[in-house]
Every structure is written in C-alpha cells, then in structure tokens.
Design a protein around this ligand. Structure first.
Ligand SMILES: C=C(O[C@@H]1C=C(C(=O)O)C=C[C@H]1O)C(=O)O
Length: 134
C-alpha cells in the first residue's frame, strides 16, 4: 500500500523524512500558495461575470424562441480556446474539457430559463403559442 504524502499550513512541507521544515521551503510554499489563492479568487470572479452574461443570453434566447445551445458558436470557441491554450503552454485538451464543462452548465441554465418562459427552444416551436390547433 502506498502512502499519500500531504502537507498543510501547519507545515509538514519540506521536512523530508519528518524532520523540521526548512524555513526557506516554508516561505516559498507560502508565497506560491498566496498567488494560487489570488488566481483562484480571480477565476471565481471571472466565472461569476461570465455566468451573469450567459444568464442574459439565456433570457434573450428564451424571449426570442432561440434554442439553448448553439453548436456552431461552441465549435468556434473551442477552436479559439485551444489556440490560446497552446500559445500559453496550457494543454489544449484540458482547455477544451474545461470549456465544455462550463458550456454544459450554461446550456442547463438556458433550458431551465426556457422552460420557465414556456419556450422549449425547439425550432418547430417558433411562433407556437401553445395552441394545439395547427
Ligand atoms: C452563451 C451562449 O449559449 C450557449 C453557451 C455557450 C457558452 O457558454 O459559451 C456557447 C454557445 C451556446 O451553446 C451563446 O449562444 O452565446
């Protein structure tokens, strides 16, 4: 059985086989973790802003009988993000997975907005008032 080594702010990091932590290692770890915390906060704030926009898109689509998902737009975004990722030395496959994860959540929101607006997003439904006499 393998042992999973962990470290926390109480400071096992850099202590080798359980000895005292090198203060320089502790300081470096702490500096890096401060940056990670700032980046995570920025990611959360940026995602919150993105979802504010996509919610508005969801209402616009529901009010104008547009479908929740737009696969052509998604393909363009994925191609663009993969290119940006490659240039930034981030794995393009990871960037694509991450974007797909977010988009899936956005589409779920759009479907629920459409349901609550009485629009299924089905193209056949454009102009359908709910009156079954066709
Ligand atoms: C936000 C939109 O709706 C969906 C979500 C997307 C996204 O989160 O980027 C992109 C395309 C759509 O499938 C949109 O059409 O722009």
């Amino acid at each position: 059985m393998t042992t999973r080594h962990t470290s926390d702010d109480s400071g096992a990091a850099g202590s080798g086989a359980g000895g005292a932590v090198d203060p320089a290692v502790r300081a470096e770890l702490s500096r890096l973790r401060d940056s990670i915390d700032n980046i995570d906060a920025a990611v959360v704030h940026m995602l919150a802003e993105r979802f504010k926009c996509t919610q508005q898109v969801g209402h616009l689509k529901a009010n104008h009988q547009l479908p929740p998902a737009d696969p052509a737009r998604e393909s363009r975004q994925i191609a663009r993000l993969r290119e940006l990722a490659g240039n930034a030395k981030l794995d393009p496959a990871f960037a694509e997975k991450f974007l797909n994860f977010i988009i899936a959540e956005v589409i779920r929101h759009h479907e629920s907005i459409a349901d609550n607006t009485g629009n299924t997003g089905d193209a056949d439904n454009i102009g359908n008032t709910g009156d079954s006499a066709r």
